[in-house]
Design a binder for this molecule. Structure first.
Ligand code: NAP
Length: 309
C-alpha cells in the first residue's frame, strides 16, 4: 500500500479522488489517497501551489512531487523541495490552450472586434487577408507552444517558434537562443507568449524587443505576467506600435482594479482562464508517473531546477 497525499485546493479533492482512484485501480495499484497523512509516510505528493504546504522537508520518503499546474515558478526555488518535481503536461490542458490561442489569433487576424465591439454602422467591404499572409510567432515551443503552433500552421498561418534549445517541428520555422529572438520577432504580426516565468524570461518583452516587432502587431500573453514589462507595453500601445494586446496572465492576479490595462479599448483582460488542468486527463498523467515511480522508471515531465521550468 502506498500513501498519496493530495495537497492542492481542498475543494478539488472530491473530483480528483474519483478520477485518481479510477486510474490507480486500472493500473492495479493499491493506494491510500488522502488529504491527511503523517509526512514521513507519504510516498507521492499530488501538489498545487494553492495548498497550504510550503515545507517539503518532513516528506522524507516521498518519491516525487506531482504538480497539477504546468507553471512551477512559485515552487521551483523552494529550498525545502528536494524531491523530484514533475510539472503538469495534460492533453486536456493542451487542447484548451490550442482553442484559446487559436480563437484570439483568429479574432485579431479577421479584425472581428471591429464588427462585434463597435456599435457604429460600419460597412467596410474590405476582406481580411488569408491566414497565409499573417505571420504568427510563438515564444516558447514546449508542450503548449508547439501544439498551438501546429494548430495555427494547419489553418495556414506561417508560424515561427522560438525556444531555448534548437528544435525541428514540422510546419514551423524554428529559432532559438538570444540570437534567434530578433529573427522570431521581426515577422511577428501576431505574437503569442507561452514561455515559463524564469529569471531568464522575465521582461523578455521590453522596450527593445517590442520595437523589433512590426508596427501594428498584436500580443497575446497566455504564458505568465512577468514575461512583459508592463510599462514598456503601455508605452508601445500608446504610440500605436503595438496595436492591441490580449492578456490572460499578470504580475499580480487578480489584476488590480486600478490597473490601466482594464480601461484601454485595445487591451483585452482575461482572468487567467486560457486553459486549466482537466481533472480526468490530469489524473491519468499523475497515475502514469506513480506507476513509473513504482517501477523505478524515470519520471515524465521532470522540472530542471537549474533552468527553473
Ligand atoms: P514547457 O513544455 O516547459 O515549454 C516551455 C518552453 O519555453 C520551451 O520551449 C522552452 O525551451 C522555452 N523556454 C524556456 N526558457 C527559455 C528561454 N530562456 N529562452 C527561450 N526559450 C525558453 O511549458 P508548457 O507546458 O508549454 O507551458 C508553458 C507555460 O504556459 C507554463 O510555464 C505556464 O507559465 C503557462 N501556462 C499558462 C496557462 C494559462 O491558463 N494561462 C495554462 C498553462 C500553462 P526548450 O524547449 O528549449 O526547453
Amino acid at each position: 500500500m502506498i500513501n498519496i497525499l493530495f495537497a492542492a485546493c481542498p475543494e478539488q479533492f472530491s473530483r480528483y479522488e474519483r478520477h485518481l482512484t479510477r486510474c490507480l485501480k486500472q493500473e492495479g495499484i493499491t493506494a491510500n489517497l488522502t488529504t491527511s497523512c503523517a509526512p514521513a509516510d507519504v510516498d507521492y505528493l499530488v501538489y498545487a501551489p494553492n495548498s497550504a504546504l510550503r515545507d517539503f522537508s518532513p516528506y522524507t520518503r516521498c518519491k516525487a512531487v506531482l504538480s497539477l499546474w504546468a507553471g512551477v515558478e512559485t515552487i521551483v526555488s523552494n529550498k525545502s523541495l528536494t524531491q523530484p518535481l514533475c510539472r503538469m503536461v495534460d492533453k486536456g490542458l493542451r487542447q484548451g490552450m490550442i482553442e484559446w490561442v487559436t480563437g484570439h489569433t483568429l479574432r485579431y487576424h479577421l479584425g472581428m472586434d471591429k464588427h462585434i465591439v463597435n456599435s457604429g454602422q460600419i460597412w467596410d467591404e474590405a476582406n481580411p487577408p488569408l491566414a497565409q499572409h499573417r505571420p504568427v510567432t510563438i515564444l516558447g515551443m514546449g508542450a503548449l507552444g508547439s501544439s498551438c503552433g501546429q494548430a495555427l500552421a494547419q489553418l495556414g498561418f506561417p508560424v515561427t517558434g522560438w525556444s531555448r534549445s534548437p528544435k525541428a517541428i514540422e510546419g514551423i520555422t524554428c529559432h532559438n537562443g538570444p540570437e534567434g529572438l530578433k529573427k522570431a520577432l521581426q515577422t511577428a504580426q501576431i505574437l503569442i507568449l507561452l514561455l515559463p516565468d524564469t529569471p531568464q524570461t522575465e521582461n523578455i518583452m521590453n522596450t527593445n524587443t517590442l520595437a523589433q516587432m512590426p508596427k501594428g502587431s498584436v500580443i497575446i500573453n497566455s504564458g505568465r505576467g512577468p514575461l512583459i514589462d508592463d510599462k514598456a507595453l503601455l508605452e508601445s500601445l500608446d504610440q500605436g506600435h503595438i496595436s492591441a494586446a490580449c492578456l490572460d496572465v499578470f504580475r499580480i492576479e487578480p489584476l488590480p482594479k486600478d490597473h490601466p490595462y482594464w480601461t484601454l479599448p485595445n487591451v483585452t483582460v482575461t482572468p487567467h482562464i486560457a486553459s486549466g488542468t482537466r481533472t480526468v486527463t490530469a489524473a491519468e498523467v499523475v497515475v502514469e508517473n506513480i506507476v513509473r515511480g513504482e517501477q523505478g522508471l524515470p519520471f515524465l515531465y521532470l522540472v530542471d531546477r537549474t533552468l527553473g521550468y
